[in-house]
Design a protein around this ligand. Sequence first.
Ligand code: HEM
Ligand SMILES: *[C@@H]1O[C@H](CO)[C@@H](O)[C@H](O)[C@H]1NC(C)=O
Ligand SMILES: *[C@@H]1O[C@H](CO)[C@@H](O)[C@H](O)[C@H]1NC(C)=O
Ligand SMILES: *[C@@H]1O[C@H](CO)[C@@H](O)[C@H](O)[C@H]1NC(C)=O
Ligand SMILES: *[C@@H]1O[C@H](CO)[C@@H](O)[C@H](O)[C@H]1NC(C)=O
Length: 343
Amino acid sequence: MGGVLVVVLVHIVATTVAAASDLRPGFYSETCPEAELIVRDVMKKALLREPRSVASVMRFQFHDCFVNGCDGSLLLDDTPSMVGEKLALSNINSLRSFEVVDQIKEALEKACPGVVSCADIIIIASRDAVALTGGPEWEVRLGRLDSLSASQEDSDNIMPSPRANASYLIDLFQRYNLSIKDLVALSGSHSIGKGRCFSIMFRLYNQSGTGKPDPAIDPIFRGELYKLCPLDVDQNVTGNLDSTPLVFDNQYFKDLVAGRGFLNSDQTLFTFPQTRGFVKFFSKHQTEFFKAFAEAMLKLGDLQSGRPGEVRTNCRVVNARPAAHLLFESRLKTQANNDHRSI
Ligand code: HEM
Ligand SMILES: *[C@@H]1O[C@H](CO)[C@@H](O)[C@H](O)[C@H]1NC(C)=O
Ligand SMILES: *[C@@H]1O[C@H](CO)[C@@H](O)[C@H](O)[C@H]1NC(C)=O
Ligand SMILES: *[C@@H]1O[C@H](CO)[C@@H](O)[C@H](O)[C@H]1NC(C)=O
Ligand SMILES: *[C@@H]1O[C@H](CO)[C@@H](O)[C@H](O)[C@H]1NC(C)=O
């Protein structure tokens, strides 16, 4: 009896629940004052080693936060008993640069072991990716915990396809209390990075089953995309998401206005009247884009599942714990699952 009680108490100390209201700037100022400097330093090195890698890391914030909140679930490797998010439709053969997060975690574990969560690393590193490529800077709110599990199915059910149109995306983002302006600003993250031919074959050759290309593509740009992605191409071949893929700027929006968006989900923001105004606005006013982007990234970063969590020591695996804890935990988790279906 007493033994069970002790286990339960230890468990409560080891895994706690974080709410968005608990997140704050300077969360690590006492426990790991160098945390943000350490992340920035590794990101700078990653940028020098492989410029695209910072874009790839920035994408993690979207894919992590939309699926059960910003909880580092995305980073968990599969185990014999859990198929995680890495194999999900939007992530497989697509998400990359997990090694940059590993390097950040390693550096942080050296400086302050067991303190900085992997979920917070994603948030800090995404901010840094933008700042280091010419975009805005903002102060991040920290104090997230890492999930105890991940679900491929949840990611498959949530993450949008590159085929999505603007009205679908508006509805999806609305479910997270992200406005149309937030949606358009956040899509501006495609100002950096690359996408695969795989993601655009349908719009080049068979948009909406018409057997024809997407009519919204500028004809000269279409010619370039046909060259990059012929029908028999290795669909892992990549193209730039905008014409300045190493610089975070508003060129992405200028490209959309010119019919030169890479993904269907990008170009549709100009095609649909509900989003077109913001595309035009951001294409003319970079400062307004930067301001809206920073605000939207903060909102995206505030999404939380309310489930119990921990600070992982290795971002790829849940911390080891005695079997009795696992039992109690799964009960807690089931309860949390039922309480938080809405996210
Ligand atoms: C609005 C809905 C969105 C859709 C449908 C979407 C879809 C995609 C797709 C299909 C790719 C290329 C993947 C591939 O071909 O392998 C991509 C890349 C990327 N996405 Fe998104 N995305 C969306 C929103 C976002 C948001 C909100 C962010 C960040 C806050 C983001 C950041 C990125 C980045 C940085 C890349 C380039 C990654 C790299 O070069 O490795 N995306 N996205
Ligand atoms: C947008 O996409 C949704 C879901 O795929 C579809 O049902 C809808 O008809 C599309 N809207 C327009 C205007 O094409
Ligand atoms: C969106 O806002 C409503 C009203 O403030 C709130 O009840 C709901 O939990 C929010 N949803 C998310 C996903 O944050
Ligand atoms: C285009 O898509 C439609 C509907 O999905 C399909 O029936 C048709 O066979 C496709 N055409 C080509 C050329 O792939
Ligand atoms: C891309 O490469 C991966 C790994 O080499 C392979 O499994 C996959 O089938 C390729 N995807 C496409 C669309 O060709």
